[in-house]
Design a protein around this ligand. Structure first.
Ligand code: NAD
Length: 492
């Protein structure tokens, strides 16, 4: 829904043009062409949405859960029917390949499916006779108006980590998507409109920092879900909680992967190349540091360098393309600067993805796959989220040494290991300081029926996104203790 190329907000069941004084271009990173503009909505529009949500909440929370989830079943069918169109839009504005865009939508649809289990998932607990003739029940009730603030790299999937659970449990939901990729959210809301949610139950307010701050400060917003970089996650968490709101804030990452000498090197290399260079490395679960143990060093180094230099880079809708551009020229400059920094800190640039271009797309924001060998574990490059297609290599003599390197960082989103030894895998999964662990897996993204468990500087809060954590986050427990003495009732 756009008006002369300007994206609209969806407030109180209607598409509305923002009164914003500032608009940003939505740019295809493969061509550097603007496709539409997004408003940086002012606080007044957030207030309008929150008030509409508070009004809608009165009726929505009373709507039986079985009726609420019928809208989600409808949404699931609409998403399936329109997956191709949404995927194309994601590729246009976010840069990832068509297959990656379809993949993220599939994962998002799984969240809609899981949230349809709300009639069971949100059940409470009870005990009869906690004392003679007295019963105690714990029930779950929705919070009210809740919001999610989402990043650029998964514009189709990440809103669905939150929205279906919030709606199924009886809350009204406001999405503030990334201002870099807002066209995907418009398409999602066109489908939500067709899924016939009552006005005010699910709303879209486009914008940037001012819009976020208005959500964080509004007394009508009861809970905030956030996904983005660590500094902003910390900021959102502290401001939301200082204002008395619940918050779950997922931050950045720097994911280490240990490669044991007994791993199947061919499979390991294929999976590692997908993890490090898929989505141009713009994934919070991208492998960014590979730590080879003992004899794994030579074989893996050679094979991953070969995989990096042969990966086909280009516009994600073109045939055979395996990796797209990075999101902005600023991102490209930052990534290239970090590659240079790695070299200054003593790393060898085995494969250099700088200074490359793609035929027919000379203006695109290209950084090709890059491999840095012998990265200094104490250096900046080893501990900074690069968020680009750059894999750093380190080497250890023993598994213990490798695990020390894994745990030598502030982030804790993901840690993986490749091995054929159950004992090594067990030691790793037991000791690695991260919330999502992969064994012979390169992107350990939990399915929708498990929580997305980031740790340390990758997550602020306690209940994570998805599954029963999502249900608990969006409900408050009420405990009822009741006594019904027979002698107080009319006898029948
Ligand atoms: P970002 O932090 O720049 O933006 C995220 C959201 O915050 C956007 O909606 C943006 O409008 C808003 N925002 C940005 N600056 C703000 C400010 N100063 N005040 C208030 N709001 C602000 O992140 P991004 O560049 O869009 O996304 C990439 C980051 O997201 C990476 O660090 C990546 O690791 C992280 N990420 C994490 C996960 C996870 O599950 N942990 C998943 C995906 C992405």
């Amino acid at each position: 829904m756009s008006d002369k190329g300007q994206l609209l907000n969806f407030i109180d069941g209607k598409w509305r043009r923002s009164s914003a004084s500032e608009y940003l271009d939505i740019i295809n990173p493969a061509t550097a062409q603007a496709m539409s503009t997004v408003p940086l909505s002012p606080g007044g529009e957030v207030d309008m949405a929150v008030r509409a949500g508070m009004k809608a909440f009165q009726e929505w929370r009373r709507t039986p859960v079985e009726d609420r989830i019928q809208h989600l079943f409808a949404l699931k069918v609409l998403l399936e029917d329109n997956i191709d169109d949404i995927a194309r839009v994601i590729t246009h504005e976010c840069g990832k390949t068509y297959a990656e865009s379809v993949g993220e939508m599939r994962r998002g649809i799984e969240d809609v499916e899981v949230a349809c289990g709300a009639p069971i998932l949100m059940q409470g607990r009870n005990n009869e006779d906690i004392a003679r003739g007295i019963d105690e029940h714990m029930i779950r009730q929705p919070l009210g108006v809740v919001t999610a603030i989402t990043p650029f790299n998964f514009p189709g999937m990440i809103p669905l980590w939150f929205m279906p659970y919030a709606l199924a449990t009886g809350n009204c939901f406001i999405l503030k998507p990334s201002e870099k990729v807002s066209m995907s959210s418009q398409m999602l809301f066109e489908l939500l409109e067709q899924a016939n949610f009552p006005p005010g139950v699910v709303q879209l307010v486009n914008g940037g920092k001012e819009t976020v701050d208005a959500l964080l400060d509004h007394p009508g917003v009861k809970a905030v879900s956030f996904v983005g970089s660590t500094p902003v996650a910390k900021y959102v968490y502290s401001r939301a909680t200082a204002n008395g709101k619940r918050a779950q804030c997922q931050g950045g990452a720097k994911n280490p992967v240990v490669i044991m000498p007994d791993a199947d090197m061919e499979t390991t290399t294929r999976i590692m190349a997908d993890s490090a260079f898929g989505c141009a490395g713009q994934r919070c679960l991208a492998a960014s540091v590979a730590i080879t143990v003992g004899e794994a060093k030579n074989e893996f180094t050679e094979m991953i360098a070969d995989a990096a230099s042969t990966r086909k880079v280009g516009f994600g809708l073109d045939e055979g393309v395996q990796m797209g551009p990075v999101i902005t020229p600023e991102s490209k400059a930052r990534i290239e600067g970090l590659i240079e920094k790695g070299a200054q800190e003593g790393a060898d640039i085995l494969v250099d993805g700088r200074g490359q271009t793609v035929d027919g797309y000379k203006d695109g924001y290209w950084v090709f796959p890059t491999v840095l060998d012998g990265v200094n574990p104490e250096g900046e490059i080893a501990n900074t989220e690069i968020f680009g297609p750059v894999l750093s290599l380190m080497h250890a003599e023993t598994l213990d040494e490798a695990i020390e390197l894994v745990n030598h960082r502030n982030y804790g989103n993901m840690a993986c290991m490749f091995t054929s030894s159950g004992a090594a895998a067990r030691q790793f999964r037991y000791s690695a300081d991260a919330g999502n662990i992969g064994i012979n897996i390169g992107v350990a993204a939990p399915m929708a029926f498990f929580p997305f468990s980031g740790w340390n500087d990758s997550f602020f809060g306690d209940l994570h996104a998805q599954a029963h954590h999502g249900i608990e986050f969006y409900t408050q427990t009420k405990v009822v203790i009741e006594r019904w003495p027979r002698e107080w009732s009319r006898q029948f």
